[in-house]
Design a protein around this ligand. Sequence first.
Ligand code: FES
Ligand code: FES
Length: 184
Amino acid sequence: MHTKEYGPYAPKAEKISYYKPNYKLVKCRVNGVPVEKMVDKRASLTDFLRGDFGLTSVKKGCEVGECGACSVLIDGESVDSCLSLAIWAEGKDIWTTEGLKASDGSISLVQQAFIDHAAVQCGFCTPGFIIRATEVVHRKIRYTRDELRVELAGNMCRCTGYENILRAVEDAIEIEIAKDGENK
Ligand code: FES
Ligand code: FES
């Protein structure tokens, strides 16, 4: 026989909180701007940048450190943000592709080289490649084609546009080296 003493009919239990959010204040610089934000200690840097700052150039590809689509520069080094916790950003200088533009709106020489060499197809991998290439180009080293392949090996392009990407990065390196010569 039906009674009203169980399930939804039972007296209401005391409130139990199963989820105890564990947040931490993170202070860092994002694209040159000082920011501070309370973040879930378990959140990835990808979610931090995309969710909290709307920086959607940071793509979610594999989310296991294989494709490089989520690459960002942390203190000048390209890093897979999907493998980084947001709380590790504390005190760091983080750059995404959105931040590579100059204040007058002009794009970086790496971005221009990608345009000049049509090194973009669907574009999903492009921001990650631009970030990685920015670090590589900044070194001003003339790599052989094979060495450059190794340098870019952490970034994958599913449209297989590798040849044009390699040409774009080689070109950007040459322009960077030439700029150095002009400044001497
Ligand atoms: S999404 Fe981070 S490496 Fe693929
Ligand atoms: S351009 Fe489509 S994944 Fe690289």
